[in-house]
Design a protein around this ligand. Sequence first.
Ligand code: SF4
Length: 509
Amino acid sequence: MARLIVILDDQLSPALPSLQNAAADDVLLLAEVAAEASYVQHHKHKIILIFSAMRHFAAVLQQQGYQLCYIHYDSQSQIKCITDAVQHALTQYPHLQSIVITQCGEYRLQQEINNWQQRFSLPLQILSDDRFICDLPRFTRWAQGKKQLRMEYFYREMRRYTGLLMQGDTPEGGKWNYDTDNRKACPHDLQQIPPLHFAPDDITAEVIALVNQHFAANMGSADNFSYAVTGKDARRAFLHFVQQQLAQFGDYQDAMLLDQPFLFHSICSVYVNCGLLDVRWMCNKVQQAYQQGLVPLNAAEGFIRQLIGWREYVRGLYWLLMPDYKQYNGLNAERPLPGFYWHGNTQMRCMQQAVKSTIDHAYSHHIHRLMITGNFALLAGLSVKQVTDWYLAVYADAYEWVELPNTLGMVLFADGGVLASKPYAASGAYINRMSNYCKNCAYNVKHTTEADACPFNALYWDFLHRHQQQFGANPRLALAFANWQKRSDSDKAAILAKAANTLNRLEQL
Ligand code: SF4
């Protein structure tokens, strides 16, 4: 019985469940459709990466003898969405008798897919996505009955389950988590080894032309695109990271340096989230590097935690809590997103650096995202909807299952603490400790109310003051609140007035 096997744009993996047992008379459908390319205004690099990787993946499948229905992007096409593409394929290949797909990553699209059986009057098989280590029923079982769903405990279960960095039942080195070793500021003269970049081939060049024509207004320049677009090149990029950068990734993963957008970060989230890299293979390579003495434990553990802990945890949480999760706005954050999130024109050096990296590469590393763009959005009470849409649009690794819990939960604390045990609010002092930005900034990080005061400072105290009711009893914020209470009434009034003034002139910062 011939089947239509639908492969989505983030399912570009040879090991995809729906590709196992594919037969010669099955038809594989890949479609570049307007609905997916434009439901937010994606960064140009994200569209290039996905379209080019889809075309390369399709070429490999064709070489392997599979029958393909590939739909190229066409702004005038009647095929606007994945459902239209399925309709088209079923018309072209009337012998097909069922539809198979691997569960997709986004709730929105999964709802569309769930209608196919009725719409096309054909059996529909939706397979569990076993590229993830923890399947969704397992995550639900883990979450059941728990008052708090903390990543750390889930992560320990995943370590036991996978056996990664384990000695029997004991974690390697005796501790589960070496994060306290991973918060060093980076000396500015430490030699940087950049991630591997790749010159566009003919297929990518064609996609770049397409993006320049149809997505000219989107963020970024198509002309400096240099990501890998095949599994082979993505694996090369990752092995380069393991051999050249991983040893220092642990120590400096929270550090920031002027004009060093990558430091020791792998940037491989871009590849693993669209299917070009396999999580188990990556973790095994990191474990091997540790076992061979090439990288220290804090680096290996920190990296593996991101993959089998954090990544799996946010995916489980997303599917557990959607669709309600997307509506959460626990801190009533509604202020419009300032323009500098899109163009980076601000005197705040830290913000300018984080947004520049975003514009240049459709990437910024996690501390930029959490403690600069995210921290500012939290302190200023920026609209949850606008901030989550921004993160979804501008990062090449952003798909809603990973972006929403990270942004709405971790960054904005809009879920009231389902994901994080405290809001990641910080003044300029944190940014100054972890970077060399403040030395190169028009604002003075030591000032709070003066004309040249760092905007993060008054906003930080204002945030605490505004949300005293929500967070006053949180033990992790006790010291911060004690410091606020110690201030005189006139000090407090001056700081709150400065914060109000700052919030009124966000576009001028
Ligand atoms: Fe950012 Fe404030 Fe430092 Fe300037 S002084 S770089 S605005 S933290």
